[in-house]
Design a protein around this ligand. Structure first.
Ligand SMILES: Cc1cc2nc3c(=O)[nH]c(=O)nc-3n(C[C@H](O)[C@H](O)[C@H](O)COP(=O)(O)OP(=O)(O)OC[C@H]3O[C@@H](n4cnc5c(N)ncnc54)[C@H](O)[C@@H]3O)c2cc1C
Length: 257
């Protein structure tokens, strides 16, 4: 396995803080997407002043669970200051994953007029600049954020996309697909082999989001390569068998750095 020294030219990513408000919005649209996703469009005055600048931004949606209110993290897929409903609109793309999780249950049944509360994003970490290559990896839950990355980069740096866990390329439109080199793999083993076959050096930025256990071998591989921390941003967005995963917990519990 090839290794390389830590980069001497550390890259930083600008962070923009936002006022944290709890917002009340209503469903103004619903669209079934390729794969197991549904796009719920939220609207109303509750979106006044909403801002989302970073591809990894997330909002916390609040739902009634059996033991009270629970929060679940979602990506602001797209925000329009003036949408078809003649007001501000926010798209959230939900994986409908067939469990009784409060978020998936709400999204499965959501119809126009249903109300929802959310908070965030607390801040936006902007896309980095100065990399020659980017490798973006996502399963269906990571697709909305991956699309934001693809739009933010627009082909510069050269962008490789690897989809796994049933994520469908049809989530991206033709313009977005034209700016990336795409591979769709079957399972975690294929994902690791595909990442191992990539030409990754310290001019490469790697972002990944999806099922936590599937990403652990990828993280170990990147660490073993010696890829500097500022070159990688890997996130467990959910974990099989765990409800309401805390995404601030280490992706690899055996190596919590
Ligand atoms: C920063 C961030 C951004 C995210 N953005 C999005 C997004 O834009 N769209 C999106 O769909 N998800 C996104 N997620 C993932 C989402 O928060 C989780 O999938 C969440 O657990 C769903 O909540 P739930 O109430 O449906 O299920 P939970 O109550 O959390 O879990 C119930 C059961 O469902 C399983 N489960 C949870 N999620 C999935 C899944 N995706 N596939 C299969 N089984 C699952 C759990 O393992 C558990 O067994 C994001 C997560 C983070 C941390």
């Amino acid at each position: 396995m090839r290794t390389f020294p830590l980069s001497s030219t550390a890259r930083t990513r600008e962070v923009v803080r936002h006022e944290l408000r709890r917002r009340r919005v209503a469903v103004v649209g619903r669209l079934e997407l390729p794969g197991s996703l549904v796009r719920i469009t939220l609207g109303g005055e509750g979106l006044d002043g909403f801002t989302s600048l970073g591809p990894e931004d997330h909002v916390k949606l609040f739902f009634d669970g059996p033991d009270g209110v629970v929060g679940r993290d979602y990506t602001p897929s797209e925000f329009r200051a003036l949408g078809a409903s003649s007001g501000p609109e926010l798209d959230i793309d939900f994986v409908v994953h067939g469990t009784d999780g409060p978020a998936t249950a709400w999204a499965s049944a959501a119809v126009e007029g249903d109300e929802l509360e959310f908070g965030g994003p607390r801040g936006s970490r902007l896309a980095p600049t100065g990399f020659r290559n980017a490798l973006l990896i996502a399963d269906p839950a990571g697709l909305p954020a991956l699309r934001r990355w693809v739009r933010a980069f627009a082909g510069d740096p050269i962008t490789h996309v690897v989809l796994f866990g049933g994520a469908e390329a049809g989530f991206l439109d033709e313009t977005e697909l034209a700016t990336v080199l795409l591979q769709v793999v079957e399972d975690g083993q294929d994902l690791l082999l595909t990442v191992e076959s990539q030409d990754i050096d310290d001019d490469t930025f790697v972002w990944a989001a999806g099922e936590a256990a599937a990403l652990v071998p990828v993280r170990r591989h990147l660490k073993a390569l010696g890829l500097p921390k500022e070159n990688r941003s890997l996130h467990g967005y959910w974990k099989r068998g765990v409800a309401g995963l805390d995404h601030h917990a280490p992706l690899d519990p055996t190596d919590p750095d």
